[in-house]
Design a binder for this molecule. Sequence first.
Ligand SMILES: *[C@@H]1O[C@H](CO)[C@@H](O)[C@H](O)[C@H]1NC(C)=O
Ligand SMILES: *[C@@H]1O[C@H](CO)[C@@H](O)[C@H](O)[C@H]1NC(C)=O
Length: 292
Amino acid sequence: MLSSPILVSLALLISLPLVLFLSQQLLPQFTFPFSPDADDLALFHHPTTSVVSPGGVFHNRFISSKPTQRASPSLISAARRLLASALLDDPLNQYFALVSQHCVPLLSFRFVYNYLFKNQLMSLASFSDFNLLYPSFIEILSEDPNLYERYNARGENVMLPEVPFEDFRVGSQFFILNRKHAKVVVRDYKLWKKFRIPCVNLDSCYPEEHYFPTLLSMEDLNGCTGFTLTRVNWTGCWDGHPHLYTPEEVSPELIRQLRVSNSSYSYLFARKFSPECLAPLMDIADDVIFRD
Ligand SMILES: *[C@@H]1O[C@H](CO)[C@@H](O)[C@H](O)[C@H]1NC(C)=O
Ligand SMILES: *[C@@H]1O[C@H](CO)[C@@H](O)[C@H](O)[C@H]1NC(C)=O
């Protein structure tokens, strides 16, 4: 076990009511590879309707939840509830990773832990503040052809004055935040007041892809890498759903391929995997995924 007292908290966000039944199938088995690192890792689980706590590493970490829905601010709320619970759970929780049941790890949790704490901003090494030293991994993009429609999804200029269009950002809803930024998210009221307004244009309504990158770029852009550690494959997808990997596609080669990025960071997680991928993934877990 690592001697450092600093913990990484991994939040499993069960995002859609639709997949709950599947998540119940997934969870008990998913707890298995987590266990060896349990001392360094705390797992929180947010289901969307009543689900029996899977126990194990989720013991006492089953967050009471509310239903969530696509194209509504409920996914933001769910992520904030998870962050709040993980912040309160242990003051030593320093990193907060948000994933869903369709995200799979590409490397061991020991590797994830070491990777996060290895990637400190060396130029700031003289700062004693942990949160200045260790960046948050969240995608923050200002260029997107649909940005203007998405900005006005709640009505023309509704976001003003708190969120001018120039400050509106987009990025993956899966991120790893440091403690300071997790607190920024949980404490925020100013932007949440706007993002919680229901959309009038549901076709351009993706609140969770905008709230977190917009808030953190406004609050502390320099403390963020602008890069998510969760790989997603949008090739050939136009309907708002990324490529869903099927069991036939799962292979050691795919795992190795998904780790590689164009940035100086590599990917630690990937999505989206169908529930049926669990068996072939478990088959290669020890020899490929968790072998660093
Ligand atoms: C991405 O998805 C496309 C199909 O949409 C597939 O052909 C391609 O192999 C995938 N790429 C990776 C790296 O998995
Ligand atoms: C890396 O960049 C190339 C060229 O722009 C692109 O085709 C490829 O999809 C990128 N790979 C990843 C993992 O983003």
